[in-house]
Design a protein around this ligand. Structure first.
Ligand code: ZN
Length: 138
């Protein structure tokens, strides 16, 4: 069995942003040389997510609105976590959007359903943050 590990770094210009990271994960699979196996992809921070969904801008707008209803960013004073920090909403948003995804690799390709794409969900951006890609297989 082979194993491959790589960290991807993202630095968003906005506090909240969704980035389609599928091409980066694809590149990791090619670099690993693994044809049959599994890829794990997880956010290495507790205020960002990795999740699978559709690459459709209307849906991304809907996610943003829905998350803001569930855990509005402001007022910052509504959260006990906010004192030294102002990112309580980002912790809550990350929790519901998830930490990681696992995808099968078949014939050296991501074995996706029709519309599946991998996204990095940033909820407290404007700084460099990391995503771990771990691939095992042969
Ligand atoms: Zn915090």
């Amino acid at each position: 069995m082979k194993a491959f590990r790589k960290e991807l770094t993202f630095h968003t210009s906005k506090r909240r942003e969704f980035i389609n990271i599928t091409p980066y994960v694809d590149a990791c699979i090619r670099e690993s040389g693994i044809k049959e196996g599994l890829v794990l992809c997880n956010a290495m921070h507790i205020t960002s997510s990795v999740f699978i969904n559709d690459d459709e801008s209307g849906l991304h707008h809907d996610f943003e609105q829905w998350l803001e209803k569930l855990a509005p960013e402001k007022p910052h004073s509504q959260y006990r976590h906010n004192g030294f920090e102002d990112n309580a909403d980002a912790h809550l948003k990350r929790q519901i959007m998830g930490r990681e995804v696992v995808v099968a690799i078949t014939n050296g390709q991501l074995d996706f359903g029709t519309w599946e794409q991998i996204f990095y969900g940033e909820f407290d951006g404007k700084r460099s943050k990391r995503v771990l890609v771990k691939i095992i297989g042969e």
